[in-house]
Design a protein around this ligand. Structure first.
Ligand code: NAD
Ligand code: UDP
Length: 337
């Protein structure tokens, strides 16, 4: 099978790239490095000791996509590329709709013109919005609360309509919960360009001395210890879910939304404690105001992934903190040395 990865140099793209190469799949990584470094692809090459196709360019440009499709003739696309910062999406909604929604329409159009029938799409648990019940299952009503989340929702709907019009096409919409951790090697990992928005990269940068202290956004939620609870999924498990999903898409027709999580919630304080144990470093923190738009608890119902993809998360909180620390301590400044 030949698989095109849009955004293949990003955090989730690079770990999936590694997983697919290790499985012997023929891949092409397309990226414009707007939120990643070419160094990522060099490191994946080294880790796998194999060469793979790459293309530097903007996936939204029809001529770029046409060139890639003509050259590589993919059987399937895993579509990671896009913008992902919730706060920024509130300030620049049109940029988010243009990048994420229009870009995805162009991609589907190009797939159609080149006879490519299978897509795995990076969706997010954020499409669910405020929980009406927990855990979130795939039938939970969709009510995203910010423009970023709405781009994911709209793309899901567009893909559904596209699939409905094409009897032999197939899509898997993977709704990620909270991707964290790094490859065991410590050679690739999450490397946010600005001050991290997400909890684990923030903690990692405090541990390594790049940031002074963590602000915990609220300790008066209705959770075990008052801090927010999330379903953290190890990046290696998430990469394995993509491998399973692209094989599923290749062998089936229709459109399926599938949660990718562990089914278990971890609080912010539990994460801090686990990271302190893994790193042997103290994580200074202060309690701050709640962050606007945050929910108290979020975790996944995971039986659909097991049923359709024969996939379950294998790694636990200790693996998450150990691999995140291994990556951060080996690469204190990320890919920029
Ligand atoms: P990332 O920013 O690390 O990766 C995205 C990659 O796409 C980057 O390498 C970037 O350079 C590239 N890219 C962006 N726009 C492009 C364009 N126009 N043309 C070509 N390349 C482009 O993000 P990530 O964390 O790996 O996320 C991947 C996908 O998963 C995104 O769609 C994101 O919305 C989704 N997602 C991420 C999370 C998370 O917590 N990381 C959670 C849910 C969903
Ligand atoms: N969080 C925090 N401090 C930070 C970043 C995050 O206390 O600097 C909390 C946040 O309020 C939430 C949890 O950590 O309860 C996970 O946040 P993240 O942004 O990583 O994921 P999301 O909120 O998108 O699920």
């Amino acid at each position: 099978m030949r698989v095109l990865l849009t955004g293949g140099a990003g955090y989730i793209g690079s770990h999936t790239l590694l997983k697919l190469l290790q499985d012997g799949i023929d891949v092409l990584a397309l990226d414009n490095f707007s939120n990643s470094s070419p160094e990522v692809l060099r490191r994946v090459q080294k880790l796998t000791n194999s060469s793979f196709a790459t293309h530097v360019g903007d996936y939204r440009a029809p001529d770029v996509l046409d060139e890639v499709f003509e050259k590589f003739r993919p059987d399937a696309v895993i579509h990671f590329a896009g913008l992902k910062a919730v706060g920024e999406s509130n300030e620049k909604p049109l940029t988010y709709y243009a990048q994420n929604v229009s870009g995805s329409i162009n991609l589907l159009d190009c797939m159609q013109r080149h006879g490519c029938q299978n897509i795995v799409f990076s969706s997010s648990a954020t499409v669910y919005g405020e929980a009406q019940y927990l855990p979130y299952d795939e039938d939970h009503p969709l009510n995203p609360t910010n423009p970023y989340g709405r781009t994911k929702y709209f793309i899901e709907e567009i893909i559904r309509d596209w699939i409905a019009s094409r009897p032999h096409a197939s899509a898997v919409l993977l709704r990620y919960f909270n991707p964290v951790g790094a490859d065991e090697s410590g050679n690739i990992g999450e490397d946010p360009r600005a001050i991290p928005n997400n909890l684990l990269p923030y903690i990692s940068q405090v541990a390594v001395g790049r940031l002074k202290e963590l602000s915990i956004f609220g300790n008066n939620y209705e959770t075990r210890d008052g801090t927010g609870e999330r379903d953290y999924i190890h990046i290696d498990d998430l990469a394995a879910a993509h491998l399973a999903a692209v094989k599923y898409a290749h062998e089936n027709h229709g459109c399926e939304a599938i949660n990718v999580g562990t089914g278990t919630g971890i609080t912010v304080l539990e994460m801090v404690k686990a990271f302190e144990e893994a790193s042997g470093r103290e994580i200074p923190f202060k309690i701050a105001e709640r962050r606007q738009g945050d929910v108290a608890r979020s975790f996944a119902e995971v039986s659909k992934a097991q049923r359709l993809l024969d996939w379950t998360a294998k790694r636990d909180l200790t693996d998450i903190c150990r691999t995140a620390w291994n990556w951060q301590s080996k690469n204190p400044s990320g890919f920029e040395h």
